[in-house]
Design a protein around this ligand. Structure first.
Ligand code: TYM
Length: 336
């Protein structure tokens, strides 16, 4: 049987280099696995219901959903090999999300660091931001997922997903596949350009903190030239002593396909100036073809068709799991 892959990205802002290097780039590689020769069946989702856990402007949100779908295709997602769809097109997500809220405990949701970070200092916090991880668990479990490729920041949510699935299985009988998390050794946590102690994020109020996939070449050059560096002048990978330069080295290596050691060796004895300039050019060169393809796809209308077909396939798979879940819990059984 084909191994099921599932992952999602929120259309809550412009996609960053962090999302790309930590997640999106992996999604494309996971469409086929020539090493094991194993069949993979990936489902990739635009998780719009997650995006509304913080207030969104409706017009902007609908544009961002199409932008994100077009970006998935522009980076190389092949709709004949992957199922690409929008979360709110498959109502089973909301239904199972609710059911899993009735399987999870307040205590375990209260421990989620992402909720603590996102709610910190805010006066009005939407209930959905708190229960978000139950919906994320529903996304994954509906598809009987084997592997979930994500960045480091999602690991805790994955642990909770596994706990909810195991609890459900032991209470109501074997229903869900227990998913495995998959993160990259390098790139699972790309840091902010202005502060290497924070992850690069699409919701950071400072746009200088991130490179966005659709930034112009000049914006990219400016942002990278202003990126903070560490106190000495050595281009050296040392996460503890030189977190800012180490982050830039990882970005360099992942965009050019070289190893960090090779990049380090090339800049030995040279200062930060050349390094940053060449890093900016490497990022620009990597993103240019993606941006060109994005513009083509976004203008073509192709993306709407892909999403419609994706939703149909997703609905079929999700409906089967949901029907089983309800039956096991005694919901709807009275009709028979
Ligand atoms: P989101 O939209 O914040 O991010 C999408 C993906 O990008 C990864 N990522 C990063 N990786 C490396 N460095 C960074 N700085 C960085 N920032 C983000 C994230 O880890 C993620 O893989 N809750 C999820 C969306 C979601 C989901 C799911 C994911 C909803 N349901 C089911 C997997 C499976 C989120 O907010 O991702």
């Amino acid at each position: 049987m084909a191994r099921r892959i599932f992952s999602g990205i929120q259309p809550s802002g412009q996609i960053t280099l962090g999302n790309y290097l930590g997640a999106l780039k992996q999604f494309v590689q996971l469409q086929s696995d020539p090493q094991s020769g194993q069949d993979l069946d990936p489902f990739y989702c635009i998780v719009d219901l997650h995006a509304i856990t913080v207030p969104q402007d409706p017009k902007q949100l609908s544009g961002r959903i199409l932008d994100l779908a077009s970006l998935y295709l522009a980076v190389g997602l092949d709709p004949t090999r992957s199922t690409l769809f929008v979360q709110s097109d498959v109502s089973a997500h909301s239904e199972l999300g609710w059911i899993l809220q009735c399987v999870g405990y307040m205590g375990e949701l209260s421990r989620m660091t992402q909720f603590k970070e996102k709610s910190e200092g805010k006066e009005s916090i939407l209930t959905g931001l708190f229960t978000y991880p139950a919906l994320m668990a529903a996304d994954i479990l509906l598809y009987q997922t084997d592997i979930v490729p994500v960045g480091d920041d999602q690991k805790q949510h994955l642990e909770l997903t596994r706990d909810l699935a195991e609890r459900f299985n032991s209470r109501f009988g074997e229903t869900f596949t227990i998913p495995e998390v998959m993160t990259l050794e390098q790139g699972a946590r790309i840091m902010s350009l202005d502060d290497p102690s924070k992850k690069m994020s699409k919701s950071n109020p400072n746009p200088q903190s991130r490179v966005e996939l659709l930034d112009t070449p000049d914006e990219i050059r400016k942002k990278i030239s202003r990126a903070v560096t560490d106190s000495d002048r050595e281009v050296r990978y040392d996460l503890a002593m030189k977190p800012a330069v180490s982050n830039l080295l990882v970005i360099y290596a992942l965009t050019t396909g070289e190893s960090v050691a090779d990049v380090e060796a090339r800049y030995e004895g040279k200062g930060y100036g050349d390094f940053k300039k060449e890093l900016a050019e490497a990022v620009v060169a990597h993103l240019e073809p993606i941006q060109a393809r994005f513009r083509e796809v976004r203008a073509s209308g192709e993306v709407q068709r892909v999403l419609q077909e994706g939703a149909q396939r997703a609905q079929g798979v999700a409906a089967q799991t949901l029907a089983q879940v309800k039956e096991r819990m005694g919901l709807g059984v009275y009709r028979r």
